[in-house]
Write a protein that binds this ligand. Structure first.
Ligand code: HEC
Length: 136
């Protein structure tokens, strides 16, 4: 009986840790959008308060060079929050699409204070820009 209760508790905790907030109703699926890297460069202006794309240059946030496909918390020399570092998220395009909508909802406890980019097309554009691996 105790074993059963513990197992149930462990399962519930594991589920909670993986819980990702659903995309709001009406949000287009990422696969239906086509990101434009040129438009994304302009969108990236809002990120520039805290991030650059130059490899190895960390500001308030880590360098975003090569972020698409990278694992969270892996830029050398940047002091991440435990929330980000321990999330072991792989920043694939659909994950970034959801994360950038509401970073603090996706990674509770993150120190990225940016509230999020509500416009779905702009999120697709900035992802396309980052995916093109610009260095400056
Ligand atoms: C106000 C500052 C700020 C702004 C603006 C901002 N970020 Fe961040 N970002 C951060 C910080 C700080 C972190 C580190 C988060 C942590 O350790 O919890 C971060 C982390 C990230 C990560 C995770 C990186 C990793 O290596 O795990 C991504 C991806 C990201 N930001 C993308 C963006 C994008 C794209 C924009 C613009 C749409 C943006 N950020 C705007 C401060 C900011």
């Amino acid at each position: 009986m105790i074993k059963f209760v513990l197992a149930t508790f462990a399962a519930a905790t594991a589920t909670a840790a993986l819980a990702v907030p659903p995309l709001p109703p009406g949000t287009p699926a990422y696969s239906t959008l086509k990101g434009d890297p040129v438009a994304g460069k302009a969108v990236f202006t809002v990120c520039k308060t805290c991030h650059v794309v130059t490899p190895g240059q960390n500001r308030i946030g880590p360098s975003l060079y090569g972020v698409v496909g990278r694992t969270s918390g892996s830029v050398p020399g940047f002091t991440y929050s435990a929330a980000n570092k321990n999330s072991h998220i792989v920043w694939t395009e659909p994950v970034l699409y959801q994360y950038l909508l509401a970073p603090q909802a996706y990674v509770p406890g993150t120190k990225m204070t940016y509230p999020g980019l509500k416009d779905a097309q702009k999120r697709a554009d900035v992802i396309a820009y980052l995916k093109s691996k610009p260095t400056s």
